[in-house]
Design a binder for this molecule. Structure first.
Ligand code: SAH
Ligand code: ZN
Ligand code: ZN
Ligand code: ZN
Ligand code: ZN
Length: 500
């Protein structure tokens, strides 16, 4: 991927991102750091002009930065852009938030308040300003130790997609990390895991696992020091806190000569895989700096948590990774959680470069060890003697198709027109377009039932919960660029502000 741009073209005619071009000309910045260079792709070829757009927001409503690659940008527009970027910055710095936190914890219980509308810890002199807001009272230490429960998840699926681990999945991850002997966890977009690690460390002396959280959700800077949390964009490897924050991350990776550290990440599922992979490779490279020449072949252990239908995409960038059968459950995700209303099967898996034979999955949750494959699999995942592996991806038993020469979903039958297995009643398409997200034929990314069903259910679930809690979340002042910038000053809209 070095040197020449990696043109990672998506299969459906769409937009590709061009990475590794920074040296040619630095990318312009939006409030989320350096933008990414995109190009329209048609039939595998670049089509039209290249353009810069926001790395983190897929919705122009969230960040409308746009600039043609070779566009001449006027002085006035540059100034306007600078102004927008400045206004998008949080009104309080991480350091200031820490000063406030120190003050806050000294207050007696009765004076510890949290404004749910502003998502902010309040100091007594600020109470007045929030008098007509929903305010939580009597914040205990236990509350403060669990910010992910205090803060309302930012569910905007096109940007934050904040889906928190269910307790048992989070506990499973931590137990696994400890069993594998890791002592440091770089949590990239996993605030709840970070929280659990710290909670454990405060409760039990013997568990001395350390954690550093990198996340774009700046609200966490109210609860964690600069050594515990960096405001970070994982789509462009950008540290909002500048070189000092970058250095904190590097130091964390370099402790104990880089031994005993693992990167655990759970990115928004709607995000592009290639910029994520590009960023993780930069984190790997930073970790390698401390290894001697002879260690250059060693790899930073990684858990990348992502839906199973992205398997081929992830393997494109990390061929050494394997996908575990473990199904990761979420609290606030209608379809991806267990329980009464949630469905039983979550499509979310762990991708890792740790040998699958080392990863023990809980038998009581329906996993078993396959002695042929030398790994734990879902109990429903039957070993196929022809494929010589446990082939199911979704936990159900798959059937071997002799024509396709592979195992397929139980609901599929072989279609002679398409020359492959598919759902009965599918529309045969000779154009052979398959979905970028789930790899199934007959639809495109934009109409993928695998993703959109989940998203729709999410919204329904959210509405239901909002009703229940009687909290008027719609009144929650959410910045238009949602994740990066809480709390913030009001953006003054300028008529001549073009991009961004
Ligand atoms: N399951 C995890 C949360 C995953 S949700 C847990 O329970 O800990 C995705 C996370 O990634 C959220 O915390 C969100 O704030 C963060 N995120 C979203 N976009 C990001 C970006 N561009 N850079 C860094 N973090 C991002
Ligand atoms: Zn097997
Ligand atoms: Zn088979
Ligand atoms: Zn078949
Ligand atoms: Zn067909």
């Amino acid at each position: 991927m070095e040197g020449a741009a990696a043109v990672a073209a998506e299969r459906s005619p769409g937009v590709a991102v061009l990475l590794g071009q920074e040296s040619a000309r630095p990318a312009p910045c939006c409030p989320h750091g350096p933008t990414l260079l995109f190009v329209k792709i048609s039939q595998g070829k670049e089509e039209g002009r290249r353009f810069y757009a926001c790395s983190a927001c897929r919705d122009r409503k969230d960040c409308n930065f746009f600039q043609w690659e070779n566009e001449k940008v006027s002085e006035a527009r540059l100034l306007a852009r600078k102004e927008v970027n400045r206004n998008c910055r949080p009104s309080l710095s991480h350091r200031q938030n820490m000063e406030r936190y120190k003050e806050f914890v000294l207050l007696p219980l009765s004076k510890r308040k949290f404004c749910q509308e502003c998502q902010k810890l309040l100091l007594p002199m600020e109470w007045d300003k929030h008098s007509d807001h929903q305010v939580l009272h009597d914040l205990s230490v236990a509350h403060l130790q669990r910010p992910s429960q205090l803060l309302c998840p930012l569910e905007n699926k096109k940007t934050n997609a904040q889906y928190l681990f269910a307790d048992r999945s989070c506990q499973f991850l931590l137990d696994l990390i400890i069993a594998l002997g890791f002592r440091r966890v770089l949590c990239v977009g996993t605030p709840r895991l970070h929280e659990l690690i710290r909670l454990k460390a405060s409760q039990e002396q013997e568990s001395d696992v350390k954690s550093l959280l990198l996340d774009i959700d700046f609200r966490y800077s109210q609860f964690y020091t600069e050594e515990e949390f960096c405001h970070y964009n994982m789509f462009n490897h950008y540290f909002f806190g500048g070189e000092a924050a970058h250095e904190i991350c590097r130091k964390f990776l370099h402790q104990e000569k880089g031994e005993g550290v693992i990167l655990v990440t759970d990115p928004p599922f709607g995000g592009l895989v290639e910029p994520l992979a590009f960023s993780f490779k930069k984190l790997i490279a930073a970790w390698r700096e401390v290894q001697g020449e002879d260690h250059s072949s060693k790899d930073l252990p990684i858990f990348w948590i992502f839906p199973y239908f992205f398997e081929s995409r992830i393997l494109e960038f990390f061929p050494g990774f394997s996908m575990m059968d473990y199904q990761v459950d979420y609290d606030n995700h209608a379809l991806y959680k267990h329980g009464r209303t949630g469905r039983k099967q979550s499509p979310v898996r762990i991708f890792t470069n740790i040998s699958p034979s080392m990863i023990v999955l809980p038998v009581e949750e329906g996993y078993r060890f396959c002695s042929v494959c030398q790994r734990y699999v879902s109990s429903g995942n039957q070993h196929c003697d022809i494929c010589n592996s446990c082939t199911s991806k979704d936990g159900r038993r798959w059937n071997h198709c002799f024509l396709c020469k592979k195992c397929v979903k139980p609901s599929w039958i072989h279609c002679n027109t398409c020359n492959r297995c598919a759902l009965p009643g599918h529309t045969c398409d000779r154009a052979k377009t398959s979905c970028f997200i789930c790899d199934e034929a007959g639809h495109k990314r934009s109409t993928c039932p695998n993703l959109s069903v989940a998203e729709r259910a999410c919204q329904a679930d959210r509405k239901r919960r909002l009703k229940k809690n009687k909290i008027k979340m719609d009144n929650v002042k959410r910045p238009s660029v949602k994740h990066a910038t809480f709390p913030r000053k009001k953006i003054k809209k300028k008529k001549n502000t073009l991009a961004c």
